[in-house]
Design a protein around this ligand. Sequence first.
Ligand code: ADP
Length: 436
Amino acid sequence: MTHVSKKPLLGCIADDFTGATDLANNLVRAGMRTVQTIGIPSDADAIDADAIVVALKSRTVPVEEAIAQSLQAYAWLKAQGVEQIYFKYCSTFDSTPKGNIGPVTEALMDAIYGPGQGFTIVCPAFPENNRTIFKGHLFVGDVLLSDSGMRHHPLTPMTDANLVRVMQSQTQRKVGLVEQSCVAAGPDAIRARFLALQAEGVGVAVMDATSNQDLHNMGEALAGMPLITAGSGVAIGLPHNWKVRGVLQANAHADTLPPAKGYQAVVSGSCSVATNAQVLHWRQAGQPAFPVDPLAIASGTDVVQQALDWAIPQLKNGPVLIYATAEPTAVKAIQNQLGVAHAGELVEQALSNIAKGLVQAGVRQLVVAGGETSGAVVQALDVERMVIGPQIDPGVPWTSVTSKVCGDDTVHVTLKSGNFGTNDFFAKSFSLLKAA
Ligand code: ADP
């Protein structure tokens, strides 16, 4: 008998890479079998999953490009037969005054509901990760978004925490607010407020949320809404809607991956505080570690070969770490010599080639640290899809992929964005996989 896969229920469009994995992780934890695609798949083959997350890199590209990519992703997801579309952005609402969150939201609304029509929500809240919204204002921990480090972000500085105002500056449609007292009152109150806002001509409603219960109340009220725009948090309240309809089995094994095999390695290009602590923790435990020097790469030394010559003979003994991770002063010094962008590119290229060489040498369990580094590595491994597995730390799951550089063999990969994970993240990752 041939296996007939049912249609996926939820189709997600994520505006960046590690953010896509973060969303997929929340869906899996809520019992949905989830596949993440790297970009828009070139074929229309049906994907056997409850949810699909299309990972784009559209957060900071020109607005027109972000719209075009998002609409293409929508068309592909629609052809897969999904019931609901979820446009996912960062929980700090990373955008410029021009976008891309507002313009992409409007383009998706125009495509889904018709020009100028329809109703959707905006909600980057993720209380578990200390992102809450009250009276339309986004808080990062205890401070307003505009008082957080995000005000200094190099690409998307966020200087206004009032999301109604921020969203209104990016959209033609009228923006309104559903206050926390209403969200806390439950799904019926929220639905009534949606109707009242629509009667006032509002097309986009910012949703307050300060707790997981708020997200669950909201989730129930969002049943059947064709388009949702949110951070990864809102996803925790959605699977329930399909479970009560009986179209989604309560799947306690949504995070099951094939058994892990092969050698183990960590490749780290993140210089964030958490990653520095993780590299230090690894080295202090006496585990094998090879530093990659950006100045040596720039001077023409074949650092990739050196790293592989060091790593490959000892893979049989256990996991190795190859890192460019450095403290801020060291990074500054290198950037002063090479330029920020050039230093970044050189390191990303070297680390992704090292990752490729490691996989070709038999590594099948790979930890990658760094958002940009992860993008470069996944591209070098020629990966199209990631199946999302168990969570290692909040926002960071194991995934399994097939890589063309090892004859389409299965590789377990985890992509850790800079500031995620406990100090013992690297060793913990491998022990979790072993226990699975
Ligand atoms: P994170 O998720 O911590 O921001 P990313 O991988 O996104 O990590 O970004 C780190 C950037 O810093 C990458 O472009 C990487 O190539 C670059 N980089 C890594 N190590 C160094 C270093 N020692 N000097 C300069 N740049 C570095």
